[in-house]
Write a protein that binds this ligand. Structure first.
Ligand SMILES: [Zn+2]
Length: 479
């Protein structure tokens, strides 16, 4: 039974889909005027792990992620995504390209990042600019229902008219007056109303015809339009970063529920921010990382995936040099373990049988951890415990081919959720090396350790080594 923390109810709830066996999930996707930063990638990885766990539990998941190719962002701080100047237009000036070229280029880069991180492909990645008619339909509906108003070609949502406003974030309209980052516009009746459609100034490149003006949509409306277009009026799960709870997701609820009169999403999952050395990531602070920056530092993308798995999605992951170095070591530990297991069958003779079928017990603990609101750090610790136990059995010469195979079956099962790509390092041991190792074993049985050391040297000169196990057994490894 999968339990998920629902931001809407602020409790862990048992997950129940609308249609038995099927899940419709929407994830707020990237803006494509620049490279995705590792905070965005964290959110996409969390969505991927959630999808994989749902599939592990037997659900068929239809995942939709939008591509925001009409700009809406202003501040350099990635956590302020609601007001001001259009970042796409900024990129147009910076790179001297058309908005479509910029969107295509960074969408391509985004897909490359997903591939490198082994993030499963969503069923569909709808683009905002291809769904303007759907947005116009919802805006018209909201005006008809008296929830939105038009002034001078601009349309705003009258949030005081929507009684459920604030149910996700816990914010009250009264609180919004003070300190909230509210979008300013002279045509707004109330400062806390938000834009659904804006009349385009002359110099604005991206603009579309609408019943109100030649203009462009507000940011929030795209997610209501595209999620309902591909998943129906009520979603099972909607995810995003915690910065989206307010105003973005609160506004999505107001738009969608105001339009359909139905509940918009049954479960809302939000990941906490990723911090860099304890601080929020921002371009102005110079601590803004894309995946390529991490790769340039010499870390493979799988190291970053493992780093994310090592922290619970509802706690702030602090990205540090030490942390990624630790993840690198852990990744090597897992890779060595897998490769050892794969090599065991061909290189170990007559092992003593291990007495426990530990993979079953570990599997149960893994499942319990993951089904408890995706507790990935606990699930990983189960894996690390198994690695320690396996390595101990190996040196005691208790790990035979059958055990190794059982553990590999266990690994393949849990790795469907972890999604780690391990480079296979299976070594076909050359006959010459096998013969030398066998010769050395006989020499060791006769306790001629000087000769045995010479043979080890000979083996190592050829790029292999032998690890001595109990009862004079051994494991050959590539150096
Ligand atoms: Zn969204």
């Amino acid at each position: 039974m999968l339990r998920l923390y629902n931001t809407l109810s602020k409790t862990k709830e048992e997950f129940k889909p609308i249609d038995p066996g099927k899940v419709g999930m929407y994830n707020c996707g990237p803006t494509v005027y620049d490279y995705a930063h590792i905070g965005n990638l964290n959110a996409f990885l969390v969505a991927d792990i959630l999808r994989r766990q749902l599939e592990y539990n037997g659900y068929e998941v239809r995942q939709i992620m939008n591509i925001t190719d009409v700009g809406h962002l202003t501040a350099d701080d990635v956590n302020q995504a609601d007001t001001g100047e259009d970042k796409m237009l900024k990129a147009v000036k910076r790179e001297n390209k058309t908005p479509a070229d910029i969107a295509d280029f960074y969408t391509e880069k985004f897909f490359e990042d997903l591939k490198k991180l082994n993030i499963k492909k969503a069923a569909y990645y709808p683009r905002a600019t291809a769904h303007i008619p759907q947005m116009i339909k919802i805006i018209s509906g909201l005006i008809e229902r008296g929830l939105a108003y038009e002034i001078n070609g601009n349309v705003f949502y009258d949030i005081a008219k929507f009684s459920g406003y604030g149910k996700l974030s816990g914010k009250k309209i009264e609180d919004l007056k003070v300190g909230a980052r509210l979008e300013e516009h002279p045509d707004k009746k109330n400062p806390w109303d938000f834009a659904l459609w804006l009349k385009a100034p002359k110099e604005h490149i991206l603009k579309w015809k609408s019943p109100w003006s030649l203009g462009y949509p507000g940011w929030h409306i795209e997610c209501s339009a595209m999620s309902m277009e591909y998943l129906g009026e009520t979603l099972d799960i909607h995810t995003g970063g915690e910065d989206h709870i307010f105003p973005h997701h609160e506004n999505e609820i107001a738009q969608s529920e105001g339009f359909t009169g139905k509940k918009f999403s049954n479960y809302w999952l939000h990941n906490r921010f990723l911090l860099i050395d304890g601080a929020k990531m921002s371009k102005s602070k110079g601590n803004f990382y894309a995946l390529k920056d991490i790769e340039e530092k010499g870390y493979i993308p799988m190291t970053f995936r493992l780093l994310i798995l090592g922290s619970h999605y509802r706690s702030n992951l602090n990205f540090t040099e030490n942390g990624i170095e630790q993840a690198k070591n852990n990744f090597k530990k897992i890779s060595d373990w897998i490769n050892n297991l794969e090599n065991i069958s061909q290189n170990i003779e007559n092992p003593l049988p291990a007495e426990i079928d530990f993979s079953y017990i570990y599997l149960k603990r893994f499942e319990e951890a993951m089904n408890d609101d995706l507790n990935t750090p606990l699930a990983l610790s189960v894996l690390y415990e198994l690695i320690t136990e396996t390595n101990k059995l190996l040196t005691e010469n208790k790990l035979g081919e059958k055990n190794a195979k059982n553990i590999l079956v266990f690994w393949k099962k849990i790795n469907k959720v972890f999604g780690l790509i391990i480079e296979k390092n299976i070594t076909e041991i050359p006959a010459e090396i096998s013969a030398l190792a066998k010769e050395r074993k006989i020499i060791r049985e006769n306790k001629d350790f000087k000769k045995s050391d010479e043979l080890r040297e000979k083996i190592e000169k050829r790029g292999y080594t032998v690890e001595d196990l109990k009862n004079n057994n051994y494991l050959i490894k590539k150096l």
